[in-house]
Design a protein around this ligand. Structure first.
Ligand SMILES: [Zn+2]
Length: 336
């Protein structure tokens, strides 16, 4: 079968489309999915370049999101790429993304950009056949991640103000859509006026270009020094101090990533004086997967699609993601 693979870490030239990969066989409790489309996430770039502690075996299939047909049926399914053992104390508590053996497809287990993939049965969810394929392919990882951040962890409310750093990436856009669905007032930042204009079309109330404007100072100025209630930060080092600078009293900062670098600092006095809460979040549990899949079935929270590439254009797809110029998800079509 065909699959987009890497056999060593490095640049885009390491990506290899192969057509001699073995079709995987489903074991007990597993199902095989004939993949129609997959979507790229920033994680895929990290895997390509190499991550500390993550070892790939040669002919490693990349990709963490997928939509396809449950093999042997006509059922359209989306795949939850978070794999858990189902037995540890956190799994038994229903917190699968805290599993002591948690693995992510494409990172710790073979990925999704392949004609066939095998996953545990509980990692697929049926969706209506008329669901648009690119949006379904791009839906799960970012929506699940953003849902847990905003709904479960930060518990955002309609009367609150939310700052989302770095609009344009999948999680940030999904966070914007969820926050607007809840009814909150949403601030977004970007270095691109074009991305800010498009975020406004998706419902963003306030936009700030962080290249030309001091984000924290601007938010303080526009809120009468109050600041926002919740900051959604998946950027890390580059945005951390402006995120805290914008955070009002009793504020919550929720983070799911550190795409610009992992090391951040904080003045503990500001933490206790302002009674802030710093929240970490990773992927989502099975209950949250069911909740976001229901949104997809109703065609709510549909992710903006930046571009769709054929599997034969894998390098071009990764180059688009690497450029940072995309607004929305980069999708890879595997079959028609
Ligand atoms: Zn577990």
């Amino acid at each position: 079968m065909r699959a987009l693979t890497i056999s060593a870490h490095g640049g885009l030239d390491r990506l290899e489309l192969r057509d001699d990969m073995p079709i995987p066989e489903a074991g007990p409790g597993e199902v095989r999915v004939r993949v129609l489309a997959a979507a790229l996430n920033h994680l895929d770039l990290f895997v390509l370049r190499g991550l500390p502690g993550v070892t790939i075996t040669p002919r490693w299939v990349v990709g963490a999101d997928a939509v396809g047909i449950l093999d042997g049926t006509d059922d359209l399914v989306v795949v939850n790429p978070g794999l858990s053992d189902g037995t540890c104390e956190y799994c038994r508590r229903g917190e699968q993304s805290l599993c002591v053996n948690f693995r992510l497809m494409g990172e710790h287990a073979p990925g999704t950009i392949a004609e066939y993939i095998v996953v545990p049965e509980r990692n697929v969810a049926r969706i209506p056949r008329q669901t648009p394929i690119p949006e379904a392919a791009a839906f799960t990882l970012t929506t699940l991640t953003a849902w847990r951040m905003l709904v479960t962890r930060a518990k955002i409310r309609p009367d609150e103000q939310i700052l989302i750093q770095g609009i344009g990436g999948g999680v940030a856009l999904s966070a914007l859509q969820i926050a607007k669905q809840v009814g909150a007032r949403v601030w977004v930042t970007s270095s691109s006026d074009e991305k800010l204009a498009r975020a406004r079309e998706l419902g963003a109330d306030e936009t700030i270009n962080y290249r030309t404007t001091d984000v924290a100072r601007e938010i303080r100025a526009r809120t009468g020094k109050r600041g926002v209630d919740v900051v959604v930060d998946s950027v890390g080092e580059a945005t951390w101090s402006s995120s805290l600078g914008a955070l009002g009293k009793f504020g919550r900062l929720v983070t799911c990533g550190a795409t610009s670098g992992p090391t951040v600092t904080m003045d503990a006095r500001r933490l206790f004086w302002n009674q802030w809460t710093i929240l970490g979040s990773t992927m989502g549990n099975d209950a949250e997967f069911a909740m976001v899949t229901n949104e997809l079935c109703e065609q709510r929270l549909m992710p903006p699609i930046d571009s769709v590439f054929d599997i034969s254009q894998g390098r071009e797809a990764f180059a688009r993601l690497e450029s940072g110029a995309q607004f929305g998800k980069v999708v890879v079509r595997v079959a028609t």
